[in-house]
Design a protein around this ligand. Structure first.
Ligand SMILES: C[S@@+](CC[C@H](N)C(=O)[O-])C[C@H]1O[C@@H](n2cnc3c(N)ncnc32)[C@H](O)[C@@H]1O
Length: 267
């Protein structure tokens, strides 16, 4: 499949070339394999199939998802999140904090969040209950997330202390599994970010490295509006470190020094 054909496919879904350019090799390979499995020999006939067969369209959309992630991706952010942002949220005397990881892939950022929460919890007399919702469009990634097993490359930002405290080594394959205590209290759910939000009044939402990178503007705006609507007043929204807001809005303001972290107005 050449780039021109791949771009035709992206256009069909309103996906962005800029977002897919660097990762296109692997995605093309998966799509090519799938085209073969359904006996489609060229892009024109594949596009025709996508138009008339919802199941094929859905399968192809899943194959186009990119699950690249790692624990504590954007390490500098996590440090500031733990030291400045999270304490401010916890300090308001509350019973419960609702966290949503939107487009959680195989769970790396969800477990990273739980590790930070756990570490911080040791310095507080009262720790609010934590409700964690982790959603993704791709059920295969959610299954991997539930299992909580990762190769060493996913842990390259994890310090030795954290590794020994929150992970156990699995067998001879050099894999690492998150400890059972971290897996508790997480709801993993299949959810498409263009559909209705899976909840409301979230205190913290992570929307990192998914729709704002891989979608074209119109879809970005739709998905982002849904997410914004489900953020609680004074809630924190974290985007990927290279991502920007798809439209200007007075509903949220930046949280310095991070250009990709925002706080919702009081309401
Ligand atoms: C590159 S990973 C990012 C994982 C994690 N948020 C991070 O920043 O490390 C992108 C994830 O977003 C998911 N995704 C893409 N489009 C989505 C959509 N429309 N609705 C829900 N999840 C989506 C993909 O399946 C993939 O697991």
């Amino acid at each position: 499949m050449n780039d021109q054909e791949f771009r035709q496919l992206l256009n069909r879904y309103e996906f962005s070339w800029t977002g897919y350019r660097k990762v296109r090799k692997g995605v093309k390979k998966r799509i090519h394999r799938y085209m073969k499995s359904i006996e489609c020999s060229n892009m024109a006939s594949f596009l025709a199939e996508l138009d008339k067969n919802d199941e094929i369209r859905h399968q192809c959309e899943l194959l186009m998802t990119v699950s690249i992630s790692r624990f504590f991706r954007d390490r500098g952010f996590w440090q500031g999140f733990k030291e400045n942002i999270l304490p401010e949220i916890m300090d308001v005397d509350r019973e419960k904090i609702k966290f949503w990881s939107a487009g959680c892939a195989c769970g790396e950022e969800v477990y990273s969040f739980k590790i930070i929460w756990n570490l911080l919890g040791h310095s507080y007399l009262h720790v609010p209950d934590l409700e964690v919702l982790a959603t993704d469009i791709n059920p295969i990634y959610l299954d991997r997330a539930r299992s909580g097993i990762y190769p060493p490359s996913s842990l390259k930002e994890v310090t030795k202390e954290i590794r020994s405290r929150y992970f156990k080594q699995k067998g001879s394959k050099q894999l690492f599994e998150v400890k059972a205590s971290l897996k508790k209290g997480i709801t993993w759910t299949n959810h498409h970010l263009l559909s209705d939000p899976p909840g409301s009044d979230f205190d913290i939402i992570f929307l990192r490295n998914n729709v704002l990178t891989y979608y074209e503007d119109q879809l970005k705006k739709r998905a982002f509006s849904n997410v914004l609507e489900s953020l609680a007043p004074c809630g924190i929204l974290v985007l990927g470190s290279h991502e920007t807001l798809p439209f200007e809005t007075k509903d949220i303001t930046g949280v310095a020094p991070y250009p990709f972290v925002f706080k919702k107005a009081k309401g």
